[in-house]
Structures are given as C-alpha cells and as structure tokens.
Design a protein around this ligand. Structure first.
Ligand SMILES: NC(=O)c1ccc[n+]([C@@H]2O[C@H](COP(=O)([O-])OP(=O)(O)OC[C@H]3O[C@@H](n4cnc5c(N)ncnc54)[C@H](O)[C@@H]3O)[C@@H](O)[C@H]2O)c1
Length: 444
C-alpha cells in the first residue's frame, strides 16, 4: 500500500498485515536490526546491500552482524516466514517497495569534510524505482539540511516532484550492542518530514515498531540536528571532564570523587573522563557542523582537540609511572588492554587505543596489545599480541577499553617485570593496587 498521503490507521493496519513493502538500504550493524524488526512487526521487507556475501547470508536466514542480542533469532524467524529477504538489485528493491529506508555509512574524507557519497548513490538508485505515493526515509546520520538540499533534489531526478512522494529524516539513535532493544522502544523515534504528509506517514510506520512512540518535529532539518547535537553534547561534555581530570591531577585530588559529589547538585552533570572518544559517531559528528556552517564553532573544534589529545596524555602518564620505578619509556615494553573504542563491542573506528598504540610505537621499546575480541589479529593495529598469563617482560599496562573481563583481573597475581598501571577507563580501583606494589595512574 502506498503510504504517502494515507491516513495513520490505514498505514498501521497495512503494515501489520504485510501490505506495506519496505526496502532497507544498507544491512550493516544498524540496517539489519531495523529490517528484522520491521519484518517481525508484519511488514514485507527487502534488504538492499552492495555486498553479495551479506545478501546471500541473509537469504540463508543467517546473521552476519555479531554482538547484537536477539538479532540472529529475528533474522532466522523472519526469513523463514518469507517476510525478510535481501537483494543487491537496488533499483528493483525500490520498484517493489512503498517505503525506502536509507541506512548506509556516512564518513569524513581526509580533510574531515562530510562524505555523503554513499547516501547520494543510494538516492540515485531509489530515484530510478520511485513511484507516486512512496515515502523515502533517511536514517543515516547526516549534516543538517542534507535531506532538503541533497536528498530531495536527487529523488526529484526521478521526474516526480516533492508532494508526489514523501521524504523524512528519522535518525537512527541507537548504539551497537543494544540495537533491537532501542529500535523497539528504549526511547521515542524522532521523525521530521519535508512536509506534513511525510511526517505523518513516517510517524505511523515507526509507531508500529517503537513502543515509546514518536516525536514529530517541525521538519527534516530539525530531526537531522537532533541526532547530530546528541553527539556534540557528549563530545563537548567529555572534553570538559577530560580537561578537569587533568587539572585534578595537577592539584592532587581525585576527579572521579570530585565529579561524583558535584553531580549531587541537580544542575551538574559532569561526564566521565578517559583516554579519548572513539567510534564512528561522537568523534565524527562535530565535523558535520564545523565543516558545514559559517557560524563560530570554536567550542566544538576545541572539544575535539582536547579529546584527541587524551591519547598523548595517557602516554605521558605511562612515562611518569615508569619514571617512578626508574625505567625510561624508550626501554619499556608496554601492554595495551583493549583495542576497541568501547569494551565488549568489536568496533575500532576512531578508537583511542589505536592512537595510544601509534604514539607508543614511536616512544617505547615494544608495544603489545590484548583484546578479548581480536586475539592475534591485534597485529593489524601495529601491536604485538600478548596474553595476560605471559607478562614477565612487561613494564607497564594501559587499560584503553572498558571490557568486563578487565574488571575481573587479579592484578596482584600478574607477574609483571614492573608494576605500572595506567587506567584510561576507570576500570580498576586505584587504592587496591597500592598494597600490591603498583604505581597506579588513573585518568581522574
Ligand atoms: N553503528 C552505530 O552504532 C550507529 C548508531 C547510530 C547511527 N548510525 C548511523 O547509521 C548509519 C549506518 O551505520 P552502520 O553502523 O549500520 O554501518 P555498517 O558499516 O555496519 O553497514 C553499512 C552497510 O551498508 C552497505 N552499503 C554500503 N554501500 C552501500 C550502497 N551503496 N547501497 C546499499 N548498501 C550499501 C554495506 O555493505 C554495509 O552492509 C551511519 O550513518 C551511522 O552514522 C550508526
């Protein structure tokens, strides 16, 4: 059923009874969970992806995305029921569908300018299969105004005009490891159309899958800004916490204790400090603003600089810690724990651990790494693999990601050559190391 211009209850009824066909472009960490949830709620879903391996595995009922609780079961169930299939024929997927959802990667180029080329290429594909009454939903994170200034004109390349089809931006606000839970309703879906009918049609569709409902906003640009600003808020506030943590170190107090107590006042929300900000969201989105607007955005730029600088500060803590046991960094073997940007999530994009490894490589004797999700593959990041039961020649350990496994380490039992621990994620409790003869340096 065509949804643009239809009334809400008709759209909801058609979707639940399998009479709305939805194409989801991009079956990655975010696209596959969304496609599976749409199918599980009754829609007929065609996943469209350029990767033949991804398409083939989904058509076999298999799930290539790891670490997403509940996803494999949903993919198996809904492919078996005939509600979920995949194709690499982008144009045909659009021709067969009433709703086309774009959820492909958005990047920065070498100069940190937003690179929307994949979104643009998908829009050109969709334009070739666009019909009157279709609704195109853009979920990829993009700089504000992208839907209006780039996506809409590309879709009008179909020969149809705005008003004959709908377009909305409905940002994906989840994060890896909790996608199904979030999509189904950890918080409401933000929906902003290029016109009222687009907003209404998108709101009806998401009301079927999200138990927390929908927040309709004035337009697509507002919806784009909501998503980008969520990330900027985190980046700037983490930068504040990091700067204050360095100050606390200088004046000899615990930042963690100070922040916790300050935050008992309801207007104070000081974030957690750490060895950097990673992933492909928070460190990327500031550039979606700083590189696209003329306004003064010094605060965003400075926050990026501060957060990127934490990897160097972490290495300085290693140097200081080693100095306290009489070892120079250039003579030391350093073990980095965790190469991912977040513990228990296999994602290394913009990971601070990789910056720490890069800096250490030029400064210490040998840099080793251990990550529960990578094993010997840590070599690809320039570090030698090493396990925690083989640390006799290690002079310093850096915790760079907050894996649950690292919280369980019996530090007193590790047979390190020198007991220097730099905790970049506040995983270990500093006090308990003093008795074990450790030099402990935390960030905060
Ligand atoms: N992963 C997250 O935690 C997260 C959270 C919120 C928002 N987002 C946003 O979601 C979007 C997608 O991110 P992701 O993590 O799912 O990416 P991903 O890299 O996991 O997956 C992207 C998928 O798109 C496919 N693809 C690439 N080019 C294509 C094309 N031209 N046509 C069709 N498919 C194509 C790839 O083969 C891949 O399967 C990004 O804009 C990202 O910013 C991601």
């Amino acid at each position: 059923m065509k949804v643009y211009g239809a009334n809400k209850s008709d759209i909801i009824g058609a979707m639940k009874s399998g009479n709305v066909t939805i194409a989801v472009y991009g079956l990655g960490k975010m696209g596959l969970p969304l496609a599976a949830v749409f199918a599980d709620c009754g829609a007929r879903v065609i996943g469209a992806d350029v990767s033949p391996e991804v398409v083939a595995s989904i058509n076999r009922g298999e799930c290539h995305v790891v670490g997403e609780p509940g996803l494999a079961g949903l993919v198996a169930k809904n492919t078996a029921a005939g509600r979920l299939s995949a194709t690499s024929d982008m144009v045909d997927a659009a021709k067969q569908s009433d709703v086309m959802v774009i959820l492909v990667p958005t990047f920065l180029d070498a100069d940190k300018n937003p690179d929307m080329s994949i979104v643009e290429s998908v829009c050109k594909n969709i334009a070739q299969g666009l019909d009157k009454g279709d609704l195109v939903i853009q979920e990829s994170t993009v700089p504000p105004r992208t839907t209006h200034d780039i996506i809409l004109p590309l879709l009008e390349g179909s020969g149809l005009s705005c008003g004959e089809f709908g377009v909305a931006h409905c940002p994906e606000r989840t994060s890896s490891g909790r996608a199904i839970e979030d999509i189904r309703g950890a918080y409401p879906k933000v929906v902003g159309g290029i016109d009222e009918s687009s907003t209404q049609a998108a709101a009806a569709i998401y009301s079927v899958i999200n138990s927390k409902g929908v927040i309709p906003v004035t337009d697509a640009t507002t919806a784009e800004a909501v998503k980008v600003f969520e990330g900027l808020y985190r980046d700037v506030n983490i930068a504040l916490a990091n700067e204050l943590a360095v100050v606390c170190d200088e004046i000899g107090i615990s930042a963690i204790e100070t922040f916790d107590v300050a935050n008992t006042q309801p207007y104070s929300h000081i974030h957690k400090p750490g060895c950097g900000v990673g992933g492909h969201c928070i460190p990327v989105y500031p550039y979606f603003i700083t590189k696209t607007v003329k306004s003064d955005t010094r605060l965003l730029t400075l926050a990026r600089e501060i957060n990127d600088g934490m990897a160097g500060y972490t290495v300085e803590l290693v140097r200081r810690g080693l100095g306290e046991v009489g070892v120079e960094l250039k003579d030391a073997n350093v073990l980095v724990l965790g190469v991912t940007y977040r513990g228990d999530v296999k994602e290394t994009r913009c990971s601070p651990a990789l910056s720490i490894i890069d800096i250490l490589k030029g400064e210490c004797r040998v840099v080793f790494a251990y990550d529960p999700l990578f094993g010997d593959d840590v070599r690809q990041f320039g570090a030698e693999p090493r396990r925690l039961d083989d640390v006799g020649d290690i002079d310093a350990v850096v915790i760079a990601a907050d894996y649950e496994e690292f919280r369980e380490i019996e530090w007193g039992e590790l047979r390190l050559r020198h007991r220097v621990l730099v905790d970049g994620r506040n995983v270990a409790e500093g006090d308990k190391f003093i008795g074990d003869g450790f030099v402990y340096k935390g960030i905060g």
